[in-house]
Ligand binder design. Structure first.
Ligand SMILES: *Cc1c(COP(=O)(O)O)cnc(C)c1O
Length: 401
């Protein structure tokens, strides 16, 4: 999206505001689909937690995507958006048996990631086919915050516990219809991913009733200049070959499933904020915006770098700024970043603001969560209103003190 369009949206709808470009979401979806066009059955299940706005979910539904959900609330959001329960996979971690039973009753595919629940669920509902989340103990990313496949991870059932899984399956007579892994949020190296896939194939041979193999996600998208991006096309070619070989060996045409979040929506998003104050100290020029980690926490939580563009003065001379928020905490978005000259009142656009941005927003400092816009068919559609003071008061019970 160009600066002029974004600026117009900020003028019409105020700031801070999230803007998502549906065209980019569609093209990313098609790209991934295309990369696996030599596999007979491919299912892309969009990871709701990346960006859970109902209109975005409806867009995914219109593309033929399924959903990957991690809570009963996300399951309900998916159903509300019109998804068939069969197109929803529920992959929780550490939730109660009751919640899993609730999801199962709604008809979605259950994915279990611990032996305790597997045994309890299998005992009570032997007729419900279940997918198993395996931990292949492969580190796909460099950052331990977002690599979930390693030995001490809380996610998945260890491959070393396959004998125990098989014992439970035999004792309960349950059906395992899928095998799943999700090794973390940044595939730096296709070969690491393929290595983990081999472990998944090995595991799959233990189960006779499989319908699908789910390779999770972790596709990397570029955040800043010079960033590596997962080469989806090369990855598609390599995994397709191995997957089709495996299906032959297994003796059945299985469905290849993925559950990308970031890959589909990250680059489609922009976060527009206004510069309240330009503050010069003895060593730094701060640009203080009308936001903070209450609206965009990734830079502080993960050290993520979001590119920042001054869309009010895109051609301006570049100077060094530290972009910070208005929260009473250190909420630094960027340190000594080159940005086109900033004047108070300018609108700064954060890129890659589609995934894990709004969905991680909070009301800290009693601020309102931002509005959201879907840029669709060349028009800006408001898809979430900015919160109001009523939202801050909602659910509070005021004591008569
Ligand atoms: C978060 C998550 C995803 C999506 O990961 P991305 O890095 O956003 O693609 C997929 N599967 C599971 C189980 C997840 O928890």
């Amino acid at each position: 999206m160009n600066s002029k369009t974004l600026l117009q949206i900020a003028e019409d709808h105020g700031s801070p505001i999230y803007v998502y470009n549906s065209e980019k979401i569609v093209s990313q979806y098609k790209r991934l689909k295309q990369a696996f066009n030599k596999v007979k059955q491919v299912k892309i299940n969009y990871a709701v937690k990346a960006l859970s706005n109902l209109s975005v979910l409806k867009l995914m539904n219109s593309l033929g995507s399924g959903l990957d959900t991690v809570s009963i609330q996300e399951v309900k959001l998916g159903l509300t958006a019109g998804f068939d329960p069969k197109d929803i996979i529920y992959t929780p971690n550490g939730v109660s048996l009751e919640e899993i039973e609730m999801a199962s009753k709604l008809g979605v595919q259950i994915n279990i990631d611990n032996l305790s629940i597997l045994e309890q669920f299998g005992t009570r509902h032997p007729k419900v086919p279940v997918c198993i989340r395996i931990n292949p103990h492969v580190m796909a990313g460099g950052n331990t915050n977002i690599s979930v496949g390693h030995i001490d991870s809380k996610f998945g059932i260890s491959i070393h516990q396959i004998p125990h899984i098989l014992r439970i399956v035999e004792n309960t007579n349950m059906t395992i219809n899928g095998i799943h892994m999700h090794t973390g949020s940044d595939i730096l190296d296709i070969d690491v991913f393929l290595y983990a896939s081999e472990i998944l194939f090995e595991t799959a041979k233990n189960f006779t009733d499989l319908e699908f193999i789910d390779f999770g996600s972790g596709f990397k998208v570029p955040y800043k200049e010079g960033d590596i991006e997962t080469n989806i096309e090369e990855f598609g070619k390599k995994l397709t070959k191995r997957f089709n070989e495996f299906c032959k060996e297994y003796g059945k045409e299985l469905t290849l499933a993925f559950e990308p979040g970031k890959f589909l929506v990250s680059e489609a998003g922009y976060f527009l904020t206004k510069v309240n104050v330009v503050k010069q100290t003895t060593s730094t020029v701060f640009a203080q915006i009308d936001s903070g980690f209450n609206h965009l926490i990734r830079p502080m939580l993960y050290g993520s770098q979001h590119e920042i563009v001054n869309i009010s003065n895109p051609e301006g001379r570049e100077r060094f700024y530290s972009v910070v928020g208005y929260i009473c905490e250190t909420d630094t978005f960027a340190n000594n970043r080159r940005i086109a000259e900033i004047t108070e009142g300018d609108i700064l656009a954060f890129k890659n603001a589609g995934a894990y941005c709004f969905s991680m927003a909070s009301n800290y400092n009693s601020r309102y969560r931002p509005a959201e816009i879907l840029w669709h068919d060349k028009k800006a559609h408001l898809i979430r209103e900015r919160e109001t003071f009523d939202d801050i008061l909602k659910h509070q019970i005021v004591l008569d003190i």
